[in-house]
Design a protein around this ligand. Structure first.
Ligand code: GAP
Length: 509
């Protein structure tokens, strides 16, 4: 997938009402986006697919919708006030600010590209005899570049772990990293910036500082007792939540990949101490399957185990997707131990424990978390589905979304705007709209209307023509195959429901 393709995705998202820059008529707001008429439907369907797979299909997972505002003490206790930071560095000439770790990661990418070039050259030279493993283990250029990559990873990990920011700066200088804007290597020191937004909340005794949540997870932790008791939940059980999170990301990049306001879909799974690794492996496999079930090429997915673990975790892995700018995290699975509940227990003095009748003991449950960014998943689907295809008489742009997630499930199109065809099409629409999201359109030639539906990913088009009036049948056209067939009107509901079935999607999980 090329940079060109990514530009096409961004342009398409705007042109077809999926994603708009926020406050665009005021020249936009960096790293903030709005979802348009088609985007909001796709986003809702991805959320539904996640929610159903979690809450509806698992008897022991229940939902929650906690408020965005929470007591500021929550964020002190969770470690976010003191530790939710990014290391930033400024270039003194361009006055641009960068994330120091991102500058280094991008620099590593240059070494990776050099390795890829060596591989391409050698595989061309040796043809069928090319042995990739042997080449990677012995070629001096590859080894030199790999050593560089490893050296940066090690230095970065140790520097960040020990909060030795001078070491990070030195690494940037030693690697000769220049500012992409000014080209200069004139860097400030590295400083930590907290990512949480805060605002003021009025109360009778004055104003207090309050944070916009940077993750939805804490809303689940502080409601653990409420849900466990009122739902009479037995371990292991999970609490799922979707909702907005806010982070003051200084470096706005890559469209909806890194935003200041975004949506998370998180599930905290509470387990007995000692069982967490079993459940960690379970959710790691389940979550990848959820992605692959959408028909996305498995080659585009990989696991990335964390070598540097957050203070609360004893294991963590990212599910990464290969975007045009490389493999990037879409979802994280974290074994969070008893850290969060334990901290809240200590901080509030309230007993946050579970009585395990089998073990005959009380303990603070351990947690395995699955956390996926809805916007990133949206970008995965757009990038993966947008295609330009050669067709008879030219090309077509088609968004081959999983049919169950498409913004509109069917489009109803009277061939002409007269002779009673619109009336008949409306009648069909008035029946189907209770079960499916339907798009009605009567303007332009039928060919143009098919192309527009292809471009927004509508899996089924239903065309009403003059014969329909006589025979009570219509033409059904399928998005991906472009196959057309004649069917009776009373069959439509069944045909569309088979084509766009969320049930079939969920059954494959
Ligand atoms: N509760 C754990 C947690 O928040 P995280 O890795 O910081 O973990 C989870 O975030 C997911 O949220 C990421 O995998 C990513 O998909 C999404 N995410 C994080 N920051 C984001 C941002 N600035 N813009 C869009 N999505 C983001």
């Amino acid at each position: 997938m090329s940079e060109e393709h990514f530009k096409h995705v961004i342009a398409h998202a705007k042109e077809y009402g999926f994603v708009f820059p926020s406050s665009e008529i005021y020249d936009g707001l960096a790293a903030v986006y709005d979802y348009g008429q088609n985007g909001v439907e796709l986003k809702k369907n991805i959320r539904d697919y996640w929610w159903k797979s979690m809450v509806q299909l698992n008897e022991n997972i229940v939902g929650l919708d906690a408020a965005i505002f929470m007591s500021p003490s929550v964020w002190k206790t969770s470690g976010h006030v003191d530790g939710f930071n990014d290391p930033m560095i400024d270039n003194k000439d361009s006055k641009k600010r960068y994330r120091a770790d991102v500058l280094l990661e991008e620099h590593q990418e240059k070494y990776r590209k050099k390795i890829q070039k060596e591989i391409a050259k050698a595989s061309k030279r040796f043809g069928d005899d090319f042995d990739l493993d042997q080449f990677l283990a012995t070629n001096p250029n590859v080894l030199r570049n790999q050593n560089k990559i490893d050296h940066i990873s090690n230095e970065m990990r140790e520097g960040l772990e020990q909060n030795d920011l001078e070491r990070i700066r030195q690494l940037i200088i030693d690697e000769g990293i220049a500012c992409p804007i000014s080209g200069s290597k004139n860097w400030t020191e590295v400083r930590q910036f907290n990512l949480m937004y805060s605002t003021q909340m009025s109360a009778t005794d004055g104003e207090s500082e309050i944070y916009l949540r940077p993750e939805t997870a804490q809303g689940i932790f502080v409601n653990y007792l409420n849900v466990q008791k009122t739902g009479r939940m037995r371990l292991p059980f999970g609490i799922a939540q979707t909702g907005k999170a806010f982070r003051n990301e200084i470096v706005a990049r890559q469209f909806i990949m890194r935003m200041k306001e975004f949506e998370q879909m998180e599930m905290q799974f509470f387990v007995a101490p000692g069982d967490e690794m079993k459940w960690y492996e379970h959710w790691k496999a389940q979550r990848l399957q959820w992605h692959l079930n959408l028909g996305i090429d498995p080659e585009r997915y990989r696991y990335h185990d964390h070598t540097k673990l957050a203070h609360y975790a004893n294991a963590a892995v990212d599910i990464e997707y290969e975007f045009p700018f490389g493999f990037k995290e879409v979802e994280g699975i974290h074994s969070r131990t008893d850290f969060d509940l334990g901290q809240h227990q200590e901080s509030t003095g309230k007993k946050i424990q579970y009585f395990d009748s089998e073990r005959n003991e009380s303990y603070v449950p351990y947690v395995v978390e699955t956390s996926i960014g809805l916007d990133r998943m949206f970008l995965v689907l757009l990038s993966n589905s947008l295609k330009t295809e050669e067709v008879e008489g030219g090309t077509r742009t088609v968004l081959s979304l999983p049919p169950a997630l498409a913004p509109f499930q069917c489009a109803i199109l009277p061939l002409v705007k007269k002779d009673g065809l619109p009336e008949m099409a409306r009648k069909i629409m008035d029946d189907l709209k209770f079960d499916f999201s339907c798009y009605y359109e009567e303007k332009d030639s039928i060919g143009k209307r098919y192309r527009r539906q292809d471009a927004i990913g509508t899996p089924v088009c239903i065309t009403v023509d003059h014969e329909s009036l006589e025979n009570n049948d219509v033409t059904v056209r399928f998005r991906d195959s472009m196959e057309q067939k004649r069917v009776k009107i009373e069959e439509l509901s069944t045909i569309v429901s088979i084509e766009v079935s969320m049930k079939e999607l969920l059954k494959n999980l």
